[in-house]
Design a protein around this ligand. Sequence first.
Ligand code: T3D
Length: 259
Amino acid sequence: MGSNVLFDRKDGIAVLSFNRPDKLNAFNREMTLELQKALDACATDPEIRCICITGNGKAFSAGQDLMEVTGTNAPSFDQILADHYNPIVTRIRRIQKPVVAAVNGVAAGAAANIALCCDIVVAAHSASFIQAFSKIGLIPDSGGTYFLPRLIGWQRASAYMMLGDKISATEAERMGMIYKVFPDEEFSTSSMILAASLAKMPTMALAFTKEALNESMTNSLEAQLSKENKLQQNAAKTKDYDEGVKAFLDKRAPIFKGE
Ligand code: T3D
């Protein structure tokens, strides 16, 4: 796939690892394009039923590589957002599979917000999140102004985005910004256990759940009830639904195939 994003797949899980550890995995153009390609490959591969995004080395990612934007041939801001970051966020929200952000270390700027748009965010105890943008005179991007107030409320989002304070993993969990914190020494194993359980779930039902949650961000109650009705009918047509009900009645564990 490319050297800036490692792509490992096993047992229905694709692990996409940011791989510029000597640069704290800061995003350059190549890395963002490789991530987009990797997500596309995951989207079309029926064997992949869960995607886990993480960082290689001590950081998740320091966000935009500030050397790139100050170098000669620097991409424009429009390019950075329209071609690099926004397509990652829309892919993560639209892909019909669960996406886990396994935040192993610091997640700053665009990286923090790419993590927050994932379906489930877990973090190592020593990890942290920084809306670093204001510190360099920018505004939060990569969907941060959309997701963060919805996750932790307008007031706290506003303060964290304006002040650029570091948010510890435990504080992030306490505020409901992320799902869970794992102790550092168990982080890798616990993240993979979570991904493995998602990869064995009824994938289409999870995809429909994701679609419903996406729409709930903007729908009226009536529109949302109608959406649930439509998606539930779709879920009921899957083989996994048949299997789920059969397994329940047979008093055995279901074997879902993502069909
Ligand atoms: O044009 C645009 O920028 C538009 C796009 C915007 C999207 C964004 O993501 S904007 C936000 C960009 N990111 C930042 O502003 C974060 C900057 N980095 C930091 O605040 C800190 O480095 C961290 C909190 C991430 C980590 O702190 P720490 O103490 O663990 O490490 P450090 O010592 O600050 O950094 C280690 C090295 O990485 C250092 O280089 P050196 O001195 O060893 O040669 C540092 O300069 C470098 N580094 C860290 N972050 C970046 C970076 N180099 C390039 N780009 C970075 N983002």
